[in-house]
Design a protein around this ligand. Sequence first.
Ligand SMILES: NC(=O)c1ccc[n+]([C@@H]2O[C@H](COP(=O)([O-])OP(=O)(O)OC[C@H]3O[C@@H](n4cnc5c(N)ncnc54)[C@H](O)[C@@H]3O)[C@@H](O)[C@H]2O)c1
Length: 258
Amino acid sequence: MSMQRFSGKVLVVTGAAQGIGRGVALRAAAEGGKVLFVDRADFVAEVAAQASGDHTAGFVADLETYEGARAAMAFAAEKFGGIDILINGVGGAIRMRPFAEFEPEQIDAEIRRSLMPTLYTCHAVLPHLLARGGGTIVNISSNATRGIRRVPYSAAKGGVNAITQALAMEYAEHNIRVVATAPGGTSAPPRRVPRNAAGDSEQEKAWMSEAVNQVTESTFFKRYGSIDEQVAPILFLASDEASYITGSILPVAGGDTG
Ligand SMILES: NC(=O)c1ccc[n+]([C@@H]2O[C@H](COP(=O)([O-])OP(=O)(O)OC[C@H]3O[C@@H](n4cnc5c(N)ncnc54)[C@H](O)[C@@H]3O)[C@@H](O)[C@H]2O)c1
């Protein structure tokens, strides 16, 4: 990778232990960034150590708590001397089922996983970006705002889109850009940390396959994207190349607009 778009920049990437977040954090480090890999999974430091460049670290935090978000930002600012860019990767549907089949506590769990970490980290990073005279937040949303079998997750990601637009409008005067991508279905290696620790029943696997079919059929390409195909637009939006883009939610879903 010859581009060095993040030379001299400090990035915090959440959900960096696996999947899209991991891909984003590793490439940002390869492009010269000082990167804090944040995750609830304790192997996040091991992932950070795989990065090229000598300015990475891992930090374990539960971002479903405000304290976790605050601690992660404080650690990054202390270790690297400030924060320029926050990329919010934590999220992901835990369960796929028709809405009537969700238990109330399962609805709450989806909102806690896919809305609250982004809301908390966006708030916790602001003092650091303001101290720097500006910065950038990229939220990883989803095209699932229009989709089947995961209405609570769709609602959470609709909230992420709203955070993106409202925060962009409110903080533009402070030179802070807030943008998002809305990925479609993305192929990834088997997850080290499963979305649903309890495992999926045969019925749940069948509901999931209905959602997968709907997502695949909604793309023009009739296929899932790759992690690299998600990482590239996220890092374009995070970089100074996107300096006149704010409040935008970019669908990265093979023609599906979410
Ligand atoms: N994979 C897809 O097909 C897809 C499609 C659309 C959108 N997205 C979005 O992209 C993002 C990344 O998805 P993925 O599938 O690559 O991720 P993933 O589910 O494979 O990994 C998520 C990571 O977040 C961490 N995490 C979960 N809860 C946490 C918490 N409370 N605090 C700290 N860390 C926590 C996990 O440990 C894990 O490492 C998510 O926001 C997801 O909603 C993914």
